[in-house]
Design a protein around this ligand. Sequence first.
Ligand code: ZN
Length: 663
Amino acid sequence: MKIEIGTAYYPEAWPEERVRLDAKLMKEGGISLVRIGEFAWSHMEPREGVYTFEWLHSAVKILGRAGIKVILCTPTSTAPAWLVKKHPEIRIRRPDGTTAYFGVRDHTCYTSSVYRKYAAKLISRLAKEFASCESIAAWQLDNEIGHTIFGSCHCAECQKEFRNFLRRKYGSLEKLNRAWWTVFWSQEYSDWDEIELGGMELKMDSGRVLDSFRFRSEANRAFIVNQIQAIRKFAPDARICTNNYAGLFDRFKAAEMLDFMGEDFYPSADKPMGHNAMVLDRYRCLKEGVPAWILESATSPGAPMRNLFRFFLWSFIARGYDHIVYFHWRSHLGGYEKSHGTFLGPTGKPRARYRLLQEVTRELDAVFKKYPSLPLPKQEAAILHDYETLWSWCAGFWSHWGEFEKTVEYSHRQLLAWGVNSDLIPPDRDFSPYKLLVIPLQTHFPKKLARRLRAFIARGGVVLLGGSSGMYDGNSKLLPEPGPEHLREVFGISIEDFIVFNSDMPMAKNEARESSLSKQVTFSGTLNGKPVAGLADKWIADMEPAGASVLLSYENTILKGQPFFTENRYGDGWALYYGANLVDEASLRVMTRYAVEKAGIPCRALPENVEAVTRGPLTFFLNHGDTPVSFKPDCKGTVVAGGRFSRGRLELQPRDFCVIEHE
Ligand SMILES: [Zn+2]
């Protein structure tokens, strides 16, 4: 197999002679994949209906002759000046009525039928021109769909389509008013035209905000479909992806439309190991069983620390990425991103970063040529990541979307601390490959999901459920009955009420969740015969046991003596629940270990800041720490890359790795 290393490249900025030289340097540098075109609309269609693809044909041909494959991008995140001037209504409109301006990117509305028409016209032309070009390995739609500095769009067409979406969904205003609980604060609607789109900027009425997120997510998917159809008209076999679909929109649903997912990920040495692992696990799982590509990463992460480029690259491979594209080849001499890291710098001459690229790609070729392919990492634990919950969470008055993501990452990190890797999956994914399902937050349990969870546990699975899960309906309204919805008998508990602490909002500003922990609610008890005492915060369950065993109880406040952490036998499995949205890290770690052991998943003894990931015959060990480590790994074999392995001990320098082929 070959690990394909690529780079973003902008041939529109350089003369053909330079493109020839770049292709030669790329080949000699070990580049086998190039991403081009994603910001080049004005160079493809300088005036309406006038197409100038000659430069692009020439670049694709030159790269193809050098044996370099191309990811051809649609340039729809940068609508050209002539189009914006002719149709100013395509610009994003903010809630205050101000509009996006030209001179940036992502300034246009994806819902706009005018914009979609122009986009489809250009993309069809592009597909027609390049459909038969064998060196095109994939198509990338737009750039980072949904990310924009202007926030969400509130233009007239978005408003109209939102109202149509609501009409289809609710049928009558009476139903909508009931679903949204608009009796609160005199928000009842008597005409569809009174309803305005919500968003992160306007989020005081949770029903409207939640449906606004759903609408925008659907609108973005429709934008994708629009582009896919335009490509497939002429290139029916094209492999289509996009890069870094915005985190506020349902990435799992977007993945259904695409052949594979791509991710832009710029890792940082300042971030903990768990963040790196979580981001990579999340993208790997977006499209089940289909490897994701990294479509942008830094050429010099943590510059000038030379070893980080190689280190992070190997961390990508460990977690299942065999196509890694860097941003970018040579510095633009002007424009917003002119100081962005590149392989060549502004002079275009091969320097230190290019030589490092050469070294690293040679190493990869030498290591991986003996393997026909490597399977994706196979995990026994999964964490539920649900966009409906993320949106519902955004719609609460104390919450922020980043806080949901942090809750997921926090749980992921506790598993990682025991050497247990996990998948991040949507609620409709098959649970049967897993022994343990961690659900830190799932606001609403539709009947079907509850039924599937019941079956998973009854067959021997373990679920660790947290916080305010199962306390809301599908419109983010509180349930008028005890929670967790549809699962009370499974967990053997009845959550009758709750207490919310919001003294230190916004929580999302804190990088570490632990730092936003107050010291108001304490709990204690024993787990596996060992005493546990800790802090609970943010959302505290006031619950009664209904068959479950109480493992830990609150020890102060008005909840003193009531259950905090419970377990219930259900069929052949176990249902565990803890009653807070934030638990101090040491306690959550111990509770997570309890669940891991219940599920029969072996813990892996690793030094702090060391991760281990297995792909088929290979186990990758990576030291994310600042100090050297020496330890006895839990596998025997021979070193195929990095590290030092002698007399059964593995020695790793800071940001060093070692790959062992099992005996
Ligand atoms: Zn709009």
